[in-house]
Design a protein around this ligand. Structure first.
Ligand SMILES: Cc1cc2nc3c(=O)[nH]c(=O)nc-3n(C[C@H](O)[C@H](O)[C@H](O)COP(=O)(O)OP(=O)(O)OC[C@H]3O[C@@H](n4cnc5c(N)ncnc54)[C@H](O)[C@@H]3O)c2cc1C
Ligand code: SF4
Length: 565
């Protein structure tokens, strides 16, 4: 149900989007005493209430297979997908790009992988180190206290390793490696690839009234015991408990509204249920609609004073966008055949992780990647194992088929590379002049290009993963991809770590926001998602989005107290 905002009320802060960034800002600002209104395009959803954690796939005639609204499976905790009916985006001729969008309270935090990595000291200063890209105007030391706060509030498992660019956090004990992960660890040690316990926002000890994980392995469905992180259960519910939060769901923001003095006065949104156009008034506006959607809102906020969109005097809104590079290799490991059946569910994601371990000076690409590990036995669903015919003697009918499933299930190990893309001038988003969505809001058009930096990095991933699978005595399911096949690099956007578009900088001519994520052009306008990121890093971005959003919120609260906004 959409709640209607009290008419004519002026809130202290209006936040757009309730995912990692927006949820964090709502939590921090309400706790600081601000009257906050949070606008979310999707409907209400709480994993603790709505998650389908313990429903077996066989209970459904679909056996858990994907639906249009749930492309990652029937019980997956995210409404949204690569395509949303009535809400298109376009891709320029010659480019390929995919854009995953959530449409629900909490956004993608309801089903994300919960791999929770701090950007390290080098990630903020890459240009100084290798001359490519740009430095952030802040350093690790500026954000470190906020990483600590996020660790304490949200909870994370991991281990202290003392690796320079993989800063340790305040960790709960990590779960033990599963059987197949022990094999990966052995092979990694042999090949001198660093392999450590994973870092994920799942609590293995009680925290802030939330019980420890009971290892059901279903994190992507939403956790009914709140033992993993999702924005609705960990940020928004406590923010509501302060009595300071007004939550408007099904509110699709069209633009930021600006007064004659050039300051933001609030936002206008379309009520998705009724089509009604409504305005909300606030002293401060925080955009956290996800990196690219926040660019879209700014580009669509045109006025005579801001003809190329709001906060865009630099012309860089929608520019410097990146996604993580990615490629996968899976292998069949004969040593894992017919293994003793045992419970491998674990903490709903990987228990091991391989951070970047090499020196780029000896390689033909800058920047690094980390390796994610998958495999084992989970409750099977539709399409599990990806095709039994790929295994030796696999396939057929009847008894033989059943025996093959028993023999091979759990004998596959997969490795996924997740690496750093460097922003380039050919990868950007702009408003498509010819297409609007079902609300009449102009849509984004994407331009995308991988350069040799990314392609050479992905070739290295492929070679490394094949070496690891060979070391485990396994065989891969596919041959080494060629240069003509771009070494099987994932399509831009496909890894769903898109960042940039409102990047941070000290110079208003080349950046959109300053070091406090405050628009250079509009002092009461802030961005609290991945938009301000200057570099991608070889880390998944969400822990850094949340730490940065908390820092931004503290700055807003401080400036409001000083009446400086
Ligand atoms: C399957 C999957 C796995 C992932 N795994 C990891 C991982 O392991 N580690 C990691 O670090 N990251 C991971 N990510 C990425 C992570 O989910 C994002 O980095 C993070 O959610 C970004 O937070 P956000 O607040 O910017 O955006 P979101 O979480 O997407 O939230 C944005 C919200 O804004 C709302 N919104 C959008 N437009 C409007 C509008 N115009 N008006 C009002 N509301 C609007 C949306 O409905 C949404 O709820 C994963 C993502 C996916 C999809
Ligand atoms: S594995 Fe743990 S955190 Fe994940 S859904 Fe199950 S109980 Fe919750």
């Amino acid at each position: 149900m959409t709640q209607l905002a009290p008419p004519r009320k002026t809130y202290d802060v209006c936040i757009v989007g309730s995912g990692a960034g927006g949820g964090m800002a709502a939590y921090a600002l309400t706790k600081a005493g601000a009257e906050v209104i949070l606008l979310e395009a999707g409907g209400p959803w709480y994993g603790s209430r709505d998650g389908k954690m313990l429903i077996p796939n066989y209970a459904s005639p679909r056996r858990g297979a994907a639906t249009k609204l749930r492309p990652f499976g029937e019980f997956d905790a995210c409404d949204g997908g690569w395509e949303i009916e009535g809400e298109p985006y376009t891709v320029a001729t010659g480019s390929r790009f995919l854009w995953w969008r959530a449409r629900m309270l909490g956004g993608r935090t309801n089903h994300w992988g919960r791999i929770s990595l701090r950007f390290g000291p080098d990630d903020f200063k890459r240009k100084s180190l290798d001359g490519i890209g740009d430095d952030w105007p802040i350093g690790y030391e500026d954000i470190a206290p906020y990483f600590d706060r996020v660790d304490r509030l949200v909870g994370i498992y991991g281990s202290k390793e003392g690796i320079r660019n993989e800063p340790d956090g305040i960790f709960h004990p990590p779960p033990a490696p599963r059987c197949y992960e022990l094999l990966v660890k052995k092979a990694s040690d042999k090949l001198k690839i660093t392999c450590i316990p994973a870092r994920r926002s799942v609590i293995t000890q009680p925290l802030n009234g939330r019980p420890a994980c009971h290892y059901c392995g279903q994190c992507d469905r939403g956790c009914t015991t709140r033992s993993n992180f999702s924005s609705p259960d960990v940020f928004i519910a406590p923010a509501q408990a302060t009595g300071k939060l007004t939550l408007l769901t099904n509110a699709m923001v069209r633009e930021v509204v600006v007064g004659p003095d050039g300051k933001a006065t609030g936002v206008s949104y379309v009520n998705r249920l009724t089509g009604e156009e409504v305005q909300v008034r606030a002293r401060v506006v925080v955009l956290a609609a996800s990196a690219l959607e926040s660019s879209r809102i700014l580009l669509n906020s045109k006025t005579p004073k801001f003809p190329q969109g709001l906060a865009n005097s630099s012309g860089t809104v929608g520019k410097y966008i990146t996604d993580t590079t990615g490629t996968d290799v899976a292998g069949y490991i004969p040593a894992m055949e017919n293994h003793v059946t045992h419970n491998e569910d674990g903490a709903g994601g990987m228990h091991l992780y391989m951070p970047w371990w090499l020196d780029n000076k000896k390689l033909d690409f800058p920047r690094g990647y980390h390796i994610e590990v998958w495999g084992g036995i989970r409750a099977p669903g539709a399409g599990f194992m990806g095709g039994i015919q790929r295994y030796p003697s696999g396939g057929g009918y009847g008894k033989q088929l059943k025996e093959d499933y028993r023999r091979y299930y759990g004998a596959t190990i997969g490795l996924s590379g997740r690496g750093e893309m460097i922003p380039n001038d050919d990868s950007y988003a702009e408003i498509d002049p010819n297409v609007v969505d079902r609300f009449g809001i102009p849509v984004l058009r994407f331009h995308w290009k991988w350069t040799d930096y990314e392609l050479n990095q992905v070739r290295h991933m492929q070679q490394t993963f094949r070496a690891l699978i060979a070391e485990m005595g396994g065989q891969t399911f596919s041959p080494m991809p060629t240069k003509e096949q771009d070494y099987a690099i994932a399509t831009g956007g496909q890894i769903i770590h898109e960042l940039g578009g409102t990047r941070m900088g000290s110079d208003p001519k080349t950046s959109v926001v300053n070091e406090n994520c405050q628009a250079h052009d509009v002092k009461n306008l802030f961005v609290a998602d991945g938009g301000p990121f200057v570099s991608q890093a070889d880390k998944n971005p969400t822990w850094t989005i949340m730490a940065l959003a908390w820092r931004t919120s503290d700055y807003i609260a401080d400036q409001m107290k000083k009446r400086a906004l």
